[in-house]
Ligand binder design. Structure first.
Ligand SMILES: [Zn+2]
Length: 358
């Protein structure tokens, strides 16, 4: 992936196509045109149009194999970028965004990363960083396909953000910066119908691969809040929630808040629901979950399947500092020598689920 401005001379003698739809393509065209960068045509996924600005709209497959450059307008959508780098040599992909070479990837350890500008949202600066500005960037790894914030909050910063998570003070502080984060919305997040749906999703997914769970004895929900996400079907199991914040847990759930206690349980299943997108040390966190698991036991990890915008060269982070793809979980399984039973995006597109076996 090359930055258009840093490699401008390469583009002056080339067949350049703008890849992307709508406003972005028009915007790009104007910027490139004003800078005398020649454009041969457009590639648009969702258009029946044949022409734009007097130039042809072609299909990617029709120009592949020629010596062409693709100027991506939608580097902000991870799928576009990943899709393109599979079919077009990376050397021929350009972006207008200020992507530059990054450091070693925090998941796979390889130096296949690019990074662009990023910042934490004002609410995060106020709460997590006690009002201080912290510099960060959005990093993307083309090998394991993860996106993450370059700045990794430390334990003290994490504690500031998550102590009293979603309580009244949290909600009020957040609403000051994000008017739509109302008390009603905050309530809705733990609404029973939402929880029911999530529980069902977890149960259906796991039992799709493990038909017989009758011999399971212990299930651990790591970072599982009050333990509200244990499927009802597993009521007969020992159900443990690990939470350092010591919440009032649901009936029948055992709370463990002392980490050293955990190693004695050897769970048959560990669930980690929508936590990994928040953690600083992805590898360490994963390694720890595997370590706690019984030999032959299963690990279920669920993260949001997020599609978000990097305005041409900027992303703003809220609480999520990691954005995973299927490939990221494949990479983790490989690194820690565990079996990846399955990884997939849910049918409703909302979450990315993965199941591992130790
Ligand atoms: Zn990587």
């Amino acid at each position: 992936m090359k930055n258009i401005w840093l490699n401008r001379t390469d583009l002056l003698q080339a067949n350049n196509y703008i890849y992307g739809d709508g406003y972005n393509a028009d915007f790009y065209y104007d910027v490139l045109n004003a800078n005398s960068i020649p454009i041969e045509g457009f590639i648009r996924a969702y258009s029946a149009q044949k022409e734009l600005h007097g130039l042809p709209i072609v299909e990617l497959k029709d120009i592949l194999g020629e010596n062409v450059n693709i100027l991506v307008t939608q580097n902000k959508w991870m799928d576009v970028l990943d899709f393109l780098s599979e079919v077009v040599p990376e050397n021929n992909i350009y972006t207008l965004g200020n992507w530059r070479e990054g450091e070693k990837c925090i998941v796979c350890g390889e130096k296949h990363t690019i990074k662009a500008g990023g910042a934490f949202l004002p609410f995060i600066e106020a709460r997590m960083f006690a009002g201080n500005r912290v510099e960060t960037a959005i990093v993307h790894c083309s090998k394991c396909r993860v996106y993450y914030s370059e700045y990794r909050p430390d334990d003290e910063e994490m504690a500031r953000l998550y102590t009293g998570y979603r309580n009244r003070e949290y909600q009020e502080q957040r609403q000051k910066y994000e008017p739509s984060y109302t008390a009603e919305y905050n309530e809705w997040l733990s609404d029973s119908s939402v929880i029911m749906q999530r529980k069902k999703g977890i149960y259906d997914y796991i039992t799709n691969f493990i038909k017989d769970t009758s011999n399971w004895h212990t299930i651990l929900d790591f970072g599982g809040d009050k333990g509200q996400l244990f499927p009802d079907e597993w009521e007969d199991k020992q159900r443990i929630v690990y939470e350092i914040s010591k919440p009032d847990v649901c009936e029948g759930i055992k709370l463990v808040s002392d980490y050293s206690e955990l190693s004695s349980y050897l769970p048959d299943l560990i669930m980690c629901n929508q936590v990994m997108e928040h953690v600083s040390d992805i590898r360490g966190y994963f390694a720890n979950l595997i370590k706690l698991l019984k030999e032959g036991g299963y690990l279920y990890i669920e993260v949001p399947n997020e599609r978000w915008c990097v305005d041409l060269e900027y992303v703003r982070f809220c609480e999520h500092i990691n954005f995973f793809s299927e490939k990221t979980f494949r990479e983790l399984a490989k690194q820690f020598a565990v079996e990846l039973v399955d990884v997939r995006i849910s049918n409703d597109g909302l979450v990315l689920r993965s199941l591992f076996r130790k």
